[in-house]
Every structure is written in C-alpha cells, then in structure tokens.
Design a protein around this ligand. Sequence first.
Ligand code: KG4
Ligand code: ZN
Length: 339
Amino acid sequence: MIILGIDTSCDDTCTAIVEDGKRLLSNIVNSQVIVHHRYGGVVPELASREHIRNIVWVVRESLRRAHLNSNDIDAIAVTVGPGLVGALLVGINFAKAFSYANNIPLIGINHLEGHILSIFLEKRCPPFPFVALTVSGGHTNIYQVRDFGDYTVLGQTLDDAAGEAFDKIAKLLELGYPGGPVIEKLAAKGRPEAAGFPRAYLSKDSLDFSFSGLKTAVALYVRKWRLQKGCDDKIKIADIAASFQAAVVDILIDKVIAAAAQVGANSVVLAGGVARNNYLRCNLQEVMAKREIDLYIPSPELCTDNGAMIAVAAYHRIIKGQGDDLTLDARSRFPLDQI
Ligand code: KG4
Ligand code: ZN
C-alpha cells in the first residue's frame, strides 16, 4: 500500500511517500525558516500563506522523486492536529481535494502519533511495549506505547515545551530561529557546569516537566551579565548555552529513566525535533546502556517534522479499517490518548 503523507502543522511544508508503512520512497521538507527567522519565531499567518504557495509543487516533487504518478497512490494521510489551525487547514484541504479527485481513502493523523511512530521507518525498530519521549517545539511528553494506536500519557510539560525553551533562549541571546541547532553549536564550545541553572523536578515521582523556571533563571543571568563590564562575550554566551542545554538534557534524561522504571520498560524511543540534539542523543545513549535499556532514536531528518511519519501512522490505522471522510477538520489541541 502506497501512502502519501502530508504535515503542515507548523512552519514546514512536509510531504512523503511510504510503502507498507516502512519503505520511504521520497521525503520532502520545504522549510520556511527564511520567512520566520527575522521574527524570532513562527508567525502563524505567514506559515499558512507559505503552505498555500508550496503545497502543490512539494507534492509534485515527492511524486517525481518516487517515480510515481498520482494514480499510483493508494491513500492520502494528513496531520489534523495538534498545531496551528490555519497551517493545518492547508494540508487538510489539499488532502481532501486529492482524495476526491483520485478517488482514494483519506485519513487524518495526530502529529504526536507520527513522531512516536517515525522510528518504524528505521531498520532497527523497538518491540512493544516501550516508553516514548517526544520532545519538540510544541510538545514534551512521555508515553507508554503498548501497540500501534495504544498510548497512555505518563508525563507532560506543565508550561513550555523543551524545543520552545531552546527557541526562547536563542531569541533572548539574539541568535535567531530555530534556537535548537544554534544553541547546540554554541554549547559545544562552552562549559555545561558554568552557570549552574536550576533543574525543576516537581513533586516526587512526577513524570511531568516544567521549563519556565529555567527560562527565567537564564533571563536573569543574562540580564546581570549584560550589566557587567569587561567579560569575554563569546566565551560567556557559549557557557550560558552549554549550561542551559545541560539543564534541559538532565531533566529529560532523569524523567525518561524514571518513566521506564515505573512501567518496567526495557525499550525507550526518543522522538521529535529536539531529538536531533547530539548532546541529548549521546548522554541518553550512555545512561541507557548502563541500565541495559535499549534506546531507539530516528535518524535526524526523521526527528523534525516530516510527512513520512504521518504516512506510517496512517498505514497502521488503514490496515485496521480506519479512515475519514470529507468532513475532516483541524484540531489545534489533540491529546494523543483522546484518539
Ligand atoms: O518536531 P519539530 O520539527 O516541530 C514541532 O513539532 O514542534 O521540532 C522543532 C523544534 C524546535 O523548537 C527546534 O528548536 C528544536 O526542535 N530543535 C532542536 C534541535 N534541532 C531542532 N533542539 C535542540 N537541539 C537541536 N539540535
Ligand atoms: Zn513535530
């Protein structure tokens, strides 16, 4: 079964073609970074406008790269939420038109389910059950995954998402958008222990996250530093980036270990845009190896938003007989356990 997957939930126009929920035939991500960069974050109206401009050629390009025509597609899958409603609607309406014109099934997919299942595009896949940590610009969640379509939320952020914290600190340091990659690069030249930023663990046994206190601590530190004179700017910014990154990574690692222990999981999946971060990937790998827990992380291009993960999630729903009709609509909020 050949599925065309579309994701327009945020600022990337993503399309991909996947065969049997496994074989990636093409994967295109048209980034809008150049449009949003100067604003230090995503401007929803501009994101919708860019998706409208790009969706048709991006789909054509996916078909071309997969050496297929539209009549080779067996089903079309599209993200319905969570995400920016205006942006989501571009993908959804395109998918409806494509489904109607080609007389093929249409299915709406939860973006977070896509992130979790992106690992199934890799050769090495986790056995069920496993614990999944999804860390992106909009979400930071821990799930127990018992099977395709069977998810229980174990923990979630009470305020900012981890990626959002990276983006906000980058904005504060005037480093541009998106913040994750630029902070990671700077942090490599800094000392993780330099600033000693706080780690919020919340109540005992809590698997929830909070990054707003860390964000405030960094903002206060930066304000104080800017008032001081005679310090070496480049070294100081690298130290701040490294100390901030270490605080986020420590919390993520400690919480996912606690989650695996709570449910007795032997396998952990790390997914979402922040999973591209090498400091997180390496440290988590080291800690999991010591605990004899198998860690699974998608390749970097499958961590950030993509249409392939949407096609994978769709495949496992379609083979169970699920699907949608032309009344399909966007959902800005869409908790995964409410599917
Ligand atoms: O999953 P994603 O592409 O979109 C959402 O669903 O939000 O994640 C984007 C987020 C952004 O906040 C970006 O700063 C972060 O992932 N990110 C990173 C890195 N690369 C992307 N965060 C930390 N380190 C990175 N290398
Ligand atoms: Zn995402």
